[in-house]
Design a protein around this ligand. Structure first.
Ligand code: AHR
Length: 323
């Protein structure tokens, strides 16, 4: 009797597996993630690039029918950790984490993994072991720094005193851009960083920091501003103009992101070059989650690429990107 009951239960379990599991998988595969609940812990809204990245992600989730739990951490790692715990409590299907800084993620990623929720790291990197997350969708920040330095070396024949405006301290975007840039200028004995200060990726801070540098340093000795993002460069441009100097002529301006405002600055004759950071990362992240839930394997790094832009195409790029 007991044996017959056990057999009956086994049959029922098999029937469920046959009917329910393929239905769930097929559903995820067919509709690009329709019906999934995904938590998205975003850094904040410190720059125009970040705002564009958020908007694009929200639109892409909506288009796919994904229920996106969007959480803006306003640059606080504690808020990000709290947000992730709330997605666990709501039994989300996946988490996308854009980490404000690199360190301090191991424990929370272990908590997420323990309940079987996949995490995708997006944009900035973490130092936690890569076995703790599904994949990382991002650009190569070291390459961006190298590209910026290569352009500057060529534009100045390898002779330049540089002011560096750093991004958020502890973020992989700031650290890796700095590594890549410094690697290249080390090849040129007359290229050097004369002063380096953080502007936290913010336009207002870029301006404040540049104002103070123009007071503490001899402006005639500054050959270029290398800014880890366009927003800080735009702030620096304002400070340079207010000091009676000509940005892009007296002081070269090179930065990263390729936001509409930097193309506007190029059109006004105020900026020289920008390295692009694509804000279109949500699509590949959602695709990776769906593939994983469908039992497919996913590479550990999904790169997002970008080019370098100059004033000659600024009008075209501005028209394409401005919203
Ligand atoms: O992590 C990417 C950087 O973060 C962008 O370059 C910057 O604008 C943003 O705030």
């Amino acid at each position: 009797m007991k044996q017959r009951k056990a057999k009956g239960l086994l049959f029922l379990a098999c029937l469920c597996a046959v009917l329910i599991v393929p239905f769930t998988l097929a559903q995820a595969q067919d509709d690009e993630g329709r019906g999934l609940t995904i938590g998205f812990s975003q850094v904040g809204s410190e720059s125009d690039w970040r705002t564009a990245f958020t908007e694009i992600t929200l639109v892409e989730a909506e288009r796919r029918g994904i229920n996106l739990l969007f959480l803006n951490a306003e640059n606080s790692q504690e808020a990000q950790i709290e947000a992730i715990r709330s997605v666990i409590a709501q039994q989300g299907d996946a988490i996308i984490l854009a980490p404000v800084i690199e360190t301090g993620w191991t424990q929370i990623l272990q908590e997420v993994q323990a309940v079987g929720i996949p995490t995708v790291i997006i944009d900035r990197n973490v130092t936690a072991d890569e076995s703790l997350y599904l994949t990382r969708v991002s650009s190569d920040f070291v390459f961006e720094g190298r590209l910026a330095a290569a352009w500057l070396a060529q534009a100045t024949s390898g002779d330049c005193n540089i002011v560096e405006l750093e991004g958020t301290v502890g973020s992989s975007a700031a650290r890796d851009r700095q590594i890549g840039f410094n690697e290249v200028i080390a090849l040129f004995p007359k290229m050097r960083i004369m002063v380096s200060q953080t502007g936290d990726f913010r336009r207002t801070m870029g301006k404040e920091v540049m104002e103070s540098i123009l007071h503490t340093e001899d402006p005639s000795q500054i050959c270029a501003v290398w800014s880890h993002n366009d927003d800080m460069a735009i702030g620096a441009i304002e400070a340079i103009k207010e000091a009676g100097l000509d940005p892009s002529e007296d002081i070269l301006i090179i930065s990263v992101d390729a936001i509409p405002d930097i193309f506007k600055a190029m059109l006004d004759g105020d900026a020289n070059a920008t390295v692009e950071l694509s804000p279109y990362m949500a699509g590949p992240a959602f695709d990776a989650i769906v593939a994983h839930l469908n039992g497919e394997s996913v590479p550990k790094w999904i790169p997002v690429t970008g080019g370098i832009y100059f004033p000659d195409t600024a009008a075209e790029e501005y028209a394409k990107r401005a919203r």
